[in-house]
Design a protein around this ligand. Structure first.
Ligand SMILES: CC(=O)SCCNC(=O)CCNC(=O)[C@H](O)C(C)(C)COP(=O)(O)OP(=O)(O)OC[C@H]1O[C@@H](n2cnc3c(N)ncnc32)[C@H](O)[C@@H]1OP(=O)(O)O
Ligand SMILES: CC(C)C(=O)C(=O)O
Ligand SMILES: [Mg+2]
Length: 567
């Protein structure tokens, strides 16, 4: 590959002065103003741009999520976009849009298109008109065919026209974007921006938004941060400027660029939900907002039902969101691998314990679960999808699913034994074992072992405490069929299980119970019981399990399960 055709960023952009920068040691302690541009920048990148219905649906979603400034259209681009702004003007007048929400419309620096833009916002009580012009050298030379002075004249003419068309209108503000800011000479951007804030008479009461796009990413995020900090420190009328950024994602570092830009002084970030947009997309506002959230900072937008947000965005864009997309992708809270599942399962248990100790609901307890940077429940996700089992999984994940879906809390050794059963099945199928499949594997391995011709069958049994016996001796009496030879047998022992093993011994089946556990499978007096026993049957050591309404029956079934598995 001819890499020598490309030049490193430092040969293409350089900052005057260099040196002092404060962003590396800054922290983000509050959310910037997020401005979704899905309905303009995102929309212009779709094969089938949105019509009024889809645009309105996305707009309503953005309002519901809490965005306060929303770029809604490029009204001079198409009838569809123009009509959408007219539609919104009607909606605002009918009181369908909250009063603290402002719409932004986008225009190039061309007289006819600016006039059309102002016609679109007629009757809107609050709006931002966003002017853009290409300012970077290659764009000046190749696209516009204008010198720096000519570009400045073009931008100033456009800005004056905007003042003429709406300068004294209450509720109207202006915004400027020097296109491909990150490739433009810093002194030229400064010159243009200062000219515009002067021409538009920016004041703290009526600030101008200066939006500095990384239209095409070309460098590592620290370079963008330096460029933003340079503007932050050198802009005139700084207190009358809302410093905004607009990263794209060509190098896959749009999120990093936006975060470093905020550290460097940006107050406003434009982007799209789940990162739709030109080429590799605009920066993803969902990721940015939730990155803040998971640092304990109020993101000022609400993603507590992230799947609904994703579905709506997918519907409106007619584009899928990748399964691995940060925070919102189908699979991002799911672990398939054994050691991750084990850690998550232990982490969730520890979290529940911590909440109990603190006396707070689990949703309020501090979050510290391995491999899960955010509590899926905070995003409206259930824990069910967190752990999924395939051939890469181990006992932790298998045990977690059986507990979550069937209330079975297997003893540690049994987990390992059953995990091997599951591993064989998933290796054979090459696929996933969902909760249903796990249950049927458990049933056939433990609850009905050898059903087609069980070696030992039990019918008509009872286990009673022997009256007056010291220490509460038990007698077990039952009809046992061993290798198709039926007979009535009995045995006594200090507990019902040992009494049963003696009856088995009388029938010729030597069983020693090595370990035993039992529990209710849910809460409540009627909860079915589960019992697990580890037995030596002849030369073999195996686990058995039993489920029944009563603990005693579950225990007897567990021994029988072990015996049949061994034989
Ligand atoms: C980085 C960004 O996202 S910028 C936004 C890009 N978005 C879009 O382009 C979507 C909507 N665009 C459109 O519908 C059309 O391009 C229109 C209606 C704006 C203009 O259409 P047309 O008049 O047919 O022009 P065309 O689409 O070919 O655009 C190129 C022209 O715009 C000029 N131009 C490009 N940017 C600007 C600007 N910011 N201000 C003024 N003129 C500009 C180019 O120099 C070129 O002019 P030329 O024809 O004299 O060489
Ligand atoms: C803000 C505008 C000009 C834009 O979409 C970009 O530069 O990417
Ligand atoms: Mg853009």
């Amino acid at each position: 590959m001819p890499y020598h055709r490309y030049r490193p960023a430092h040969e293409r952009v350089s900052l005057p002065g260099g040196g002092a920068r404060s962003w590396p040691s800054a922290r983000i302690e509050r959310a910037p103003l997020w401005v979704p541009v899905d309905l303009r920048d995102g929309n212009q990148a779709l094969a089938e741009p949105m019509g009024t219905d889809r645009k309105r649906r996305l707009f309503d979603l953005q309002v519901a999520l809490g965005f306060k400034e929303i770029e809604v259209a490029y009204p001079s681009a198409s009838r569809t976009d123009f009509e959408f702004v007219r539609h919104l003007a009607g909606a605002v007048q009918r009181g369908e849009v909250p009063e603290d929400v402002t719409v932004v419309v986008f225009t190039p620096a061309r007289r006819d298109l600016i006039e059309r833009t102002f016609a679109a916002i007629e009757g809107l009580p609050r709006a931002v008109v966003h002017l853009y012009a290409a300012t970077a050298p290659v764009w000046r030379d190749v696209v516009l065919g204008r010198s720096r002075d000519e570009v400045r004249a073009m931008v100033e003419d456009a800005a004056r026209l905007m003042v003429k068309l709406g300068g004294d209108r209450e509720g109207l503000r202006f915004q400027f974007s020097p296109e491909v800011f990150n490739l433009t000479e810093p002194d030229f951007v400064l010159e243009l921006c200062d000219a515009l804030t002067g021409l538009w008479d920016a004041s703290p009461d009526r600030p101008v938004t200066l939006n500095l796009p990384a239209t095409v990413e070309i460098a590592t995020p620290n370079v963008y941060a330096d460029q933003i900090e340079y503007m932050h420190r050198n802009l005139a009328r700084r207190d009358a400027v809302i410093l905004s950024v607009h990263p794209h994602n060509d190098r896959g570092t749009g999120v990093a660029c936006a975060e470093l830009a905020v550290l460097a002084g940006a107050q406003r970030v434009e982007g799209c939900l789940f990162g739709n947009g030109e080429r590799t997309g605009n920066v993803d506002l969902v990721t940015l907002a939730l990155n803040l959230y998971t640092q304990g900072v109020d993101p000022m937008v609400d993603f507590s039902d992230i799947d609904e947000v994703r579905r709506t965005v997918e519907h409106c864009n007619r584009l899928p969101v990748h399964e691995r997309h940060p925070y919102g992708g189908e699979l991002v809270h799911t672990a398939f691998s054994g050691t991750h599942q084990d850690a998550i399962s232990k982490g969730l248990d520890a979290h529940a314990r911590r909440a109990r100790e603190l006396g707070v609901p689990e949703r309020e307890a501090p979050w510290d679960v391995p491999y899960l940077p955010v509590d899926p429940a905070d995003l409206g996700r259930s824990y069910e999808a967190v752990i999924r089992v395939n051939s890469q999984s181990g006992k932790g994940g298998v045990a977690h699913l059986l507990r979550a879906h069937r209330g079975l809390d297997l003893p540690r050794e049994l987990r390992a034994e059953f995990a091997r059963v599951v591993q064989t099945a998933t290796d054979d199928s090459g696929g996933e074992a969902d909760a249903e499949l796990l249950w049927s594997l458990f049933e056939s391995a433990y609850l009905a072992p050898g059903t087609d011709g069980e070696s030992v069958r039990l019918a008509d049994w009872r286990a009673d405490q022997v009256d007056g016996a010291a220490g509460g001796e038990y007698r077990f009496v039952g009809a046992l069929t061993v290798h198709d030879r039926p007979g009535d047998y009995e045995g006594t022992g200090p507990g019902p299980v040992s009494a049963f093993t003696r009856a088995l011994a009388a029938a010729g089946v030597e069983v020693t119970v090595l370990d035993y556990a039992e529990h209710a499978t849910s809460t409540g007096a009627d909860a079915p019981a589960a019992a697990y026993v580890k037995c030596r049957v002849g030369e073999r050591v195996v686990w058995g399990a039993g489920l029944a309404p009563a603990t005693l029956t579950a225990s007897v079934r567990a021994v029988l399960s072990a015996v049949n598995r061994a034989l």
